[in-house]
Design a protein around this ligand. Sequence first.
Ligand code: NAP
Length: 286
Amino acid sequence: MRVVDGSGIAAGIRERTAAEVTRLTAGGVTPRLAVVVPTEDESTAWYVRSIGRAAERVGIDCQVHEVVGASGPEIADRLSGLSADSTVDGVSLQTPLPAGVEFAEMAGHIAPDKDVDGANPTSIGRLAAGLPTYAPATASAVVAILEHEAVGLEGASVVIVGRSLVVGKPAALLLMARNATVTVCHSRTKELAEVCGRADVLVAAVGRPRFIGAGHVKRGAVVIDVGTNPGPDGTLIGDVDAEAVGDLASVITPVPGGVGPVTTQILLRNTVAAAAARAELRPGTQ
Ligand code: NAP
């Protein structure tokens, strides 16, 4: 079994992003990412800090907008304001949102050309239609890892457990676009273990610690663990019981150090792409 080096893959992306930031900054454009945080959730805070550190390392200006206690309309206003701010290149909305506030509705207030985490329903629609857009960073990270590991997707049976708008659904769209045969499972799926057991590639995005066990994995399958469940003492626990499936999987992503670091770098890469588009639009630049 090969354990994927997510941090190594992330480092490769980071190098290219840093070079692009250097080029843009020399031309007078500093890429800027605005992260809107409507929660005091500890794992969100951890993720936002890691985005901040990674951004600083490559020279992206990451601004965190704490809006804890804000109502839906107030969050929407903040997102609209950042979308209208010509110095901001990328806008990312973190979760969880206050009870009763719909993520897709809020994300609809992020301008599509700044929607670097592919959250606006317009971005998802463009993804579904096969049009250029920013895809959600986590879903893109799943695909980036599979491509880096040279996993054949053409005609492969891919099973995704989880149908969220940020992971499961966009991952299904990205993988279908690569000619995989995709099955998306969720909490009402019957015979889940049996369905998973047919997968050449199994993607776990469930949000339940060690939910996927040996009974879900075909011998030789590639297993991508998206889960980041809070464990004791600030540790992270994946959705896959890595110990149990270790003898069966041919390739597996660890938690931490798998999908997470690649996700962060893709978010930054998208921000820099948005900044490059802004630079091209500036009068007097080519
Ligand atoms: P989510 O919105 O809570 O979605 C979870 C999905 O899992 C839902 O579709 C749900 O089905 C399904 N599910 C729940 N219990 C199930 C069961 N018993 N059997 C089958 N399916 C079940 O979660 P998410 O935002 O997609 O995140 C999933 C995991 O990925 C979490 O651990 C999260 O922390 C992690 N994550 C990691 C990154 C990263 O960068 N590494 C980024 C984002 C998220 P229903 O639709 O029927 O409810």
